[in-house]
Design a protein around this ligand. Structure first.
Ligand SMILES: O=C(O)CCC(=O)C(=O)O
Ligand SMILES: [Fe+2]
Length: 307
């Protein structure tokens, strides 16, 4: 893993422990807030861009307002374009398993928009007694390990991302009703965006794959060729060597680079309650290796739904 940060220049008390060889680190010795010393914020940001997802334990003092205040240190907050923010917050998305919001297929957040979020901050609000872990995969490491001819092909490809995706996927039927209701809100406006398959990360300069469940089709390919090709790239991101799995405890906060990862929750908690709260930071349209930028090419109300 490339190291953008060096542990010898860390502010006193701050400690970064990588979790494995390719993704994830635990940050110790910091109390997150909206009022961090610039050197501390810089060290956290370097850690996120280096390890792609960073976990901070024992942040019991973080409530919705504090989570948003910490998020604002990274740039403007952005809410979800179709799902209302939690009451009383500017941009917190409440993800409630009881409403069918299980987030259990691989995705990066809101890639159906061109300027999709740069960074996501997530904390558990209600945790099940067992299960409900979250996994992240490193899309930079996945690109880097591809055979060169495949990297050259990937560099040239563009894909359509949409919020009108196969939301049931290969999931069981237990939460079908909640999922259906949620999907009606989720797709009340439909977005279609063209992204390069490979973008140059605006902070690290690394090449990264833009994949995940909002990717509908590689442009210029038929459906089955597109699916098989995307499968090859996805498999590199989600193989165990490029992933980290986090088992949540109360007080945890996860911060991830949404432009260098995909993630999913593990839907193994049945009817036990599980709610997580998410804050997303504004991003900018990705840039392909040839300098072209992503763009949202269609946006409309879903037919048959009230405005
Ligand atoms: O529930 C989780 O662990 C992940 C939720 C998620 O994907 C999100 O909030 O973006
Ligand atoms: Fe997500």
């Amino acid at each position: 893993m490339s190291t953008a940060s060096s542990t010898d220049t860390l502010p006193p008390g701050l400690d970064i422990k990588p979790i494995n060889g390719n993704i994830g680190a635990e940050l110790r010795g910091v109390a997150l807030s909206g009022d961090l010393h610039p050197a501390t914020l810089k060290a956290i940001q370097d850690a996120v861009y280096t390890y792609k997802v960073v976990f901070v334990r024992d942040q019991h003092h973080i409530d919705d307002a504090q989570q948003e205040a910490f998020g604002r240190l990274w740039g403007g907050l952005v809410g979800h374009p179709t799902v209302p923010s939690l009451g009383g917050t500017e941009a917190i998305l409440d993800v409630d398993g009881a409403r069918g919001e299980r987030a259990s297929s691989w995705h990066a957040d809101i890639t159906f928009l061109d300027a999709y979020p740069s960074v996501t901050i997530l904390r558990p609000h209600v945790l099940p007694e067992r299960g409900g872990d979250t996994l992240w995969g490193n899309t930079v490491a996945a690109y880097a390990e591809l055979p060169e001819p495949l990297r050259e092909l990937a560099d040239k490809l563009w894909a359509v991302h949409s919020n009108l995706y196969d939301y049931v996927g290969d999931r069981g039927s237990v939460h079908k009703d909640g999922l259906k209701r949620y999907n009606e809100v989720f797709t009340s406006s439909v977005y279609e965006t063209e992204h390069p398959l490979v973008a140059v990360h605006p902070v690290t300069g690394d090449r990264t794959l833009i994949v995940g469940h909002f990717l509908r089709q590689i442009i210029g390919f038929g459906t089955s060729d597109s699916q098989r090709l995307v499968g090859i790239f996805n498999d590199h991101v989600t193989r165990p060597e490029n992933t980290v799995r986090w088992h949540w405890s109360p007080g945890d906060v996860a911060i991830w680079d949404n432009r260098a990862t995909i993630h999913r929750a593990v839907d193994d908690y049945g009817d036990l309650p599980r709610i997580v709260r998410r804050t997303t930071v504004a991003g900018e349209p990705p840039v392909a290796v040839d300098g072209r930028r992503s763009f949202t090419r269609a946006l409309g109300k879903k037919p048959g739904l009230a405005a």
